[in-house]
Ligand binder design. Structure first.
Ligand code: ATP
Length: 271
């Protein structure tokens, strides 16, 4: 049986204003990914090569996937996403084939952003990956060979995401591979305010809902946590009354009782 999965090319639909609190990451990606994809001739003129690979790192739910999609959309590039677990096939030889096919498809439809989520489980520094060690090693070697083989100006940029950058095989971080590291942090209060604004854009908020206050009360909440908070507040409003017209501070207070931040102080210190 063929375990090869279909490679889905997407036209990503995330805009920069759907993302809050990641201004620095956004700036670096615009310059590093968007610029070379949009004006390769400028890089040629300067005699410099653009970066080939970007490693986004930070706690889960902070917006790594969103950033990759937004940068692809902004660059008018196609987007091909995959997870490490999808690339590791138990069928002999097929994992490497998956990786090669991924790159081949990406080149065919260039400009393309390839996004590999959970790359740490594919390429762990000291074994212990999710696949069989031998398979994992061959897959990593194939990935590195594909990245080495990408010629400058071919219009393919690789972005990968990890929650645990220190678990990564150092071979991936050599020049010409993932040579740009982009930190995607837990949002600060200002960032949380923006993210709350984004996720309540379509929500009928009661006049006395104070997003600044909510931002202050949500320390160590990630973007995903904040989205969860707003969604739950909306659900609670509906649970009380299916014809509810707005979401009130009281609904938010109840939502707070149902969730907690996914980031602990210990986790925060790790980055
Ligand atoms: P993981 O490491 O678990 O893959 P991630 O960092 O890739 O997580 P995303 O998948 O980008 O996180 O975010 C999950 C969801 O959380 C998004 O679809 C979005 O709704 C919300 N979210 C996360 N970060 C942000 C942000 N900075 N601004 C707005 N929404 C966000």
């Amino acid at each position: 049986p063929s375990a090869l999965r279909e490679i889905m090319i997407q036209a990503p639909d995330v805009r920069w204003d759907d993302i809050g609190g990641l201004d620095e990451a956004q700036m670096r990606l615009r310059e590093g990914v968007e610029l070379p994809l949009r004006s390769p001739q400028s890089f040629k003129r300067m005699g410099i090569r653009p970066a080939k690979g970007f490693l986004l790192f930070g706690p889960p739910g902070t917006g790594k996937t969103l950033l990759a999609k937004a940068v692809a959309r902004e660059a008018e590039a196609n987007f091909v996403a995959t997870k490490s677990s999808d690339l590791l096939s138990k069928w002999y030889g097929e994992s490497e084939q998956q990786v090669s096919q991924l790159f081949e498809r990406a080149r065919q439809v260039a400009p393309t952003v390839i996004f590999i989520d959970e790359i740490d489980s594919l390429a762990p520094a000291r074994g212990g990956g999710i696949g069989e060690p031998a398979v994992t090693e061959r897959v990593v070697n194939t990935l590195l060979a594909e990245m080495d083989g990408l010629e400058d100006m071919q219009g393919v940029v690789v972005m990968a995401a990890t929650n645990r950058p220190n678990l990564l095989d150092p071979a991936l971080l050599r020049p010409g591979r993932f040579d740009e590291l982009v930190y995607v942090p837990v949002p600060d209060q200002k960032g949380r305010r923006k993210i709350l604004g984004i996720h309540t854009r379509k929500m009928p908020l009661a006049k006395d809902v104070d997003l600044d206050d909510l931002a202050q009360r949500t320390e160590r909440f990630t973007g995903a946590d904040l989205e969860d908070l707003t969604r739950r507040a909306g659900l609670i409003a509906l649970r009380e009354n299916l014809d509810a017209e707005d979401v009130t501070p009281e609904h938010f207070n109840k939502a707070f009782d149902e969730i907690r931040p996914s980031v602990t102080p210990e986790v925060e210190r790790e980055y």
